[in-house]
Design a protein around this ligand. Structure first.
Ligand code: C2E
Ligand code: MG
Ligand code: MG
Ligand code: MG
Length: 281
């Protein structure tokens, strides 16, 4: 250890493990600071209809504009935020920014598509998500149909009474509900049916398998048929090639999201997505 200052401040410059242990609390403080100083923002990734080529919606994804490290991706701070409970503040900031942006686009008179936000299980447990959403919609004078809520399959299965109660209220309010990362957890099909989701987002692990093995196609088709029979639309996540898009369209998948269309971009770069029609062949 090297003593770096007069206080009891030891840093392990060469011991990776020790540094990791030490940095956890440090990282939490840093994230807290970031939340208080406006360093957390959002980028948007379009979701496109395979039938019309039009953008149906955009997903808001959190980004940390770190003063020295630059743009930090969610994988580096969302898990920490969930562990520490800071996810409630992250979610609140994302919600406010999404609503403010929707209001800005509406005021500018441009075509507006709904935006989805990701809500963590911990957020449902620690706060009144529905009240926050209602207040934000009211504050920015937005129609609930402009907001969509994504919860992962594992959140759905977390058996939190408040998750089910909240989803029910959101659905009655007119907010679109999506299951995120479907296929990575252990869903009960009856729960899927009961909870009345509008859209099923199939995890990119399944998209990857398309074109790799024939069973991948069979599996995806089966998921699509199941979702359609429950009245849900299907989105394929992580679509990167024309070949995947073509196969998905043949399988009657409804929408795609992925680098083939665009990675997540800042708000200023979204306009082309809502005005343009993608040609997917
Ligand atoms: P997610 O909700 O499943 O979001 C999709 C992730 O896949 C995004 O990563 C997106 O950039 C990435 N992605 C999209 N298309 C492609 C593709 O074609 N190829 C590949 N390889 N990746 C693609 P991102 O932005 O790094 O977010 C990661 C995860 O962090 C999200 O997964 C979500 O679970 C979580 N997250 C992000 N923002 C928030 C937030 O505001 N609140 C909460 N609770 N979680 C968030
Ligand atoms: Mg998502
Ligand atoms: Mg996902
Ligand atoms: Mg994911």
């Amino acid at each position: 250890a090297v003593k770096t200052s007069g206080k009891n401040d030891y840093r392990f410059f060469d011991a990776g493990f020790a540094q990791e242990v030490q940095s956890k609390h440090q990282r939490e403080l840093e994230l807290k600071h970031a939340l208080q100083h406006g360093e957390i923002g959002i980028h948007f990734q379009p979701r496109v209809s395979l039938q019309t080529g039009e953008t149906c919606s955009m997903e808001a994804l959190a980004r940390w504009h770190h003063p020295s490290r630059g743009l930090v991706q969610p994988d580096e701070f969302i898990p920490l935020a969930e562990e520490t409970g800071l996810i409630v503040q992250v979610g609140e900031i994302v919600l406010q920014q999404v609503c403010a942006q929707l209001a800005t686009w509406t005021r500018a008179g441009q075509k507006v598509v709904p935006v989805s936000i990701n809500i963590a299980a911990r957020h449902f447990k620690d706060a009144d998500v529905v009240a926050l959403i209602e207040a934000a919609l009211e504050r920015y004078d937005l129609c609930p149909g402009l907001l969509e809520v994504e919860i992962t399959e594992s959140t759905m299965m977390s058996n939190l009474e408040n998750v089910y109660a909240a989803l029910d209220k959101l659905q009655k309010l007119g907010v679109t509900l999506l299951v995120d990362d479907f296929g990575t957890g252990y869903s009960s099909l009856s729960l899927l049916q009961e909870l009345d989701f509008d859209v099923l987002k199939v995890d990119m692990a399944f998209t990857r398998q398309l074109g790799q093995k024939e069973s991948g196609v069979t599996l995806f088709s089966t998921i699509i048929a199941m979702a359609h029979s429950l009245g849900m639309k299907v989105v394929a996540e992580g679509v990167e090639t024309q070949e995947q898009a073509r196969r998905l369209r043949d399988m009657k998948c409804d929408e795609i999201q992925g680098f083939l269309i665009s990675p997540a971009v800042q708000a200023e770069a979204c306009e082309p997505f809502v005005s343009k029609v993608f040609h997917l062949h």
